[in-house]
Design a protein around this ligand. Sequence first.
Ligand code: UT7
Length: 324
Amino acid sequence: MTTRAVATGIGHYLPENVVENSWFEDKLDTSDDWIRTRSGIERRHFAAEGETTSHMATKAARAALLMAELQPDDIDALIVATSTPDLTFPSVATMVQSELGMTRGFAFDVQAVCAGFIFALVNANALIVSGQAERVMIIGAETFSRIMDWEDRATCVLFGDGAGALILEARSGSGNSQDRGILSSDLNSDGRYRDMLYVDGGVSTSGTSGKLRMQGNPLFRQAVAKLAATANTALEKAGLAHADVDWIVPHQANIRIIQGTAKKLDVPMDRVIVTVQDHGNTSAASIPLALSVGVSTGQIRPGDLLVAEAIGGGLAWGAVVLRW
Ligand code: UT7
């Protein structure tokens, strides 16, 4: 028998304020057509004044608990993937813990930018298979609208805010690729690329939170190659092939990156969950948001084989193969 980390609950939260591409046309030298054609984005949600990463994370967490039919104190560990915490410390995870009324277990944040949810998922799996936790909640939550340079048309049109939460529980499996739960993973980072996507402020430098800076085109080229490679490696580790994949659940940065990666993996676009048109790039929140939408629309069903993959600042990138 093998212990598997099996998904039992998923939920998400998006701020009420929906901003269409046309909103930017009055403020910047840009157009709805450019944004749609180059990125696939049509709209995104922005957090209201006073609405924080921990508020959104807590709402997503409540939805996931409801689906899993669990109470906050049933959770042993809570991991939040974010690069836009409410405060420098304490962690967003401890804030969510307290908002939920969770009085036991442990909570911490993971920071791997847009790949954060994948890194958090791998940590959650390790906690479960090593027997340190039976039930782990993983949340991706971001308020990237707070680190935008609103005069930089090459970045501010691309990002959005939101949160998604997933609950994993220990279950017995037979150890083969037919098991439900996380079957394999692959994590990578390479700090030589750190100038490709970064925030130009921080505690030990400027003492400010800074603004996002990105070399979009070189990053685009890195993204397609590295995402296809990491997805392939994770599939190989699980002893599975492209034809076994029911759904790719990609990081939602750009429809052209999503299409390019799917093509390299030889998976048709009707087996890819796409939410980038409605959410924009929500960094660490994008995969749990896409998962939650995919489950709520009935696209993702129990037993489906999923490959989730993401890349972000660092660069940091990785993939997880899981059977829903
Ligand atoms: O989440 C982490 C991972 N993130 C990513 O992987 C993002 C990767 N990059 C991308 O998604 C794309 O590179 C972008 C969407 C950011 C840009 O698309 P692109 O096809 O790579 O365009 P580009 O950067 O080569 O820019 C093409 C032109 C430039 O003008 P010139 O130099 O050709 O005259 C830009 O100045 O488009 C211009 N441009 C814009 N025009 C209208 C850049 N932003 C805008 C804009 N509206 N908002």
